[in-house]
Ligand binder design. Structure first.
Ligand SMILES: [Zn+2]
Length: 348
């Protein structure tokens, strides 16, 4: 099987030849290629160049393309800082009063920076390796996370707890849903094989808020992606246990999770319904750990999550730029060595 076939098999809930791997490595790839982060995050050509170099080095099955979590916010008018050592971040929200919601426009991803650059990176990667490798063009933030970036995180969390203008809050979230849906479909047109959204987890907002504001919109997003034949993942950081059933019923093809949720609970909740991507710790294991630890934690993840299929092994969140290459190699080697399937779906 090629990387693409292997990953598509997992998304279809079929058992592949072995567990596919991904790297959430847009920052690490830039550093490995010797490209300053602020330049790489602003250029589709450089993003693609860094990912190609990293892919030739690691040969992972799924390439995650993005310029961080602030791209859509910037496209919608927020001021964004491009630091030299971490991912870009929003420093100037754009929805200062509720009246500002009416001024928001759904950006045209083909024309508006930096979405146009991410689309360019996807086009190049699809042309260069997309016949063999699963290219995931990431559609940025889900409605709550994007609305928080547009409004300012603290103000937004206060808004959710006690909305001053409930109708404007709903409109803001609807605009966020429209922008990411449009962007995702543009990524598909650019050649991506799949996409993703990142949403707030249940350790940041209450399950009640998640169900009220996010879950209905996530369902609409994933219904649109499924109708377009475009598999989409749902990325949530932190402990997601309280909303795991909601994540599964969103219709997302894959749940991207870090180490803060129990892998056994995740396997039980997703079996036959959605695939799982992760759940190796990008910080304590892949950044600060050793190859032996990376191997051990990858093996543990395989033992719980891989049987019967439905699993992509990788870091549960973004790798920092300085992640040691040998730790990443140890994780990938573990999938090659211990992630092979027998006909009955058990690991050999
Ligand atoms: Zn994350």
């Amino acid at each position: 099987m090629t990387s693409l076939e292997r990953t598509l098999a997992v998304i279809r809930c079929a058992v592949p030849d072995r567990v596919p791997t991904d790297l959430h490595n847009f920052l690490m790839a830039a550093r490995m290629a010797g490209i300053p982060l602020p330049e790489c995050m602003r250029s589709g050509k450089l993003m693609a160049e860094s990912h190609l170099a990293a892919w030739h080095r690691f040969r992972h099955d799924v390439v995650l393309v993005e310029n961080g979590t602030a791209g859509m916010a910037e496209a919608m008018g927020c001021e964004v800082l491009y630091p030299s050592d971490v991912a870009p971040r929003v420093v100037g929200p754009v929805v200062r009063t509720w009246a500002d919601v009416a001024k928001l426009r759904v950006p045209d991803p083909e024309r508006v920076f930096p979405l146009n650059e991410v689309l360019e990176a996807v086009r190049i990667l699809r042309r260069e390796i997309g016949d063999r490798v699963f290219i995931m063009g990431r559609a940025d933030q889900a409605p709550l996370a994007l609305a928080a970036a547009l409004r300012g995180y603290e103000d937004f969390l206060t808004d959710l707890a006690a909305p001053e203008d409930p109708a404007a809050l709903e409109r803001l979230l609807d605009v966020c849903l429209q922008t990411t849906t449009r962007y995702a479909l543009a990524l598909q047109k650019a050649g991506a094989h799949g996409t993703s959204l990142g949403e707030f987890g249940s350790d940041l907002i209450s399950p009640t808020m998640y169900r009220r504001y996010s879950a209905p919109r996530l369902k609409k997003f994933y219904a649109a992606m499924n109708a377009a034949g475009f598999p989409a993942t749902l990325h949530q950081c932190g402990n997601t246990a309280a909303v795991l059933p909601d994540m599964v019923s969103s219709g997302a093809a894959v749940l991207e999770l870090d180490v803060h949720t129990s892998p056994r609970a995740v396997k039980e909740a997703t079996r036959g319904k959605a695939a799982v991507l992760g759940m190796v710790d990008p910080a304590a294991v892949l950044h600060r750990g050793t190859p032996a630890l990376a191997e051990e934690m990858s093996r543990r993840a395989l033992e719980v999550l891989a049987p019967g299929g439905g699993f992509i092994l990788g870091p549960g969140c973004a790798l920092v730029p300085e992640t040691p290459e040998e730790n990443v190699e140890a994780m990938l080697a573990c999938a090659a060595r211990h992630g092979r399937y027998a006909r009955d779906g058990s690991l050999t």
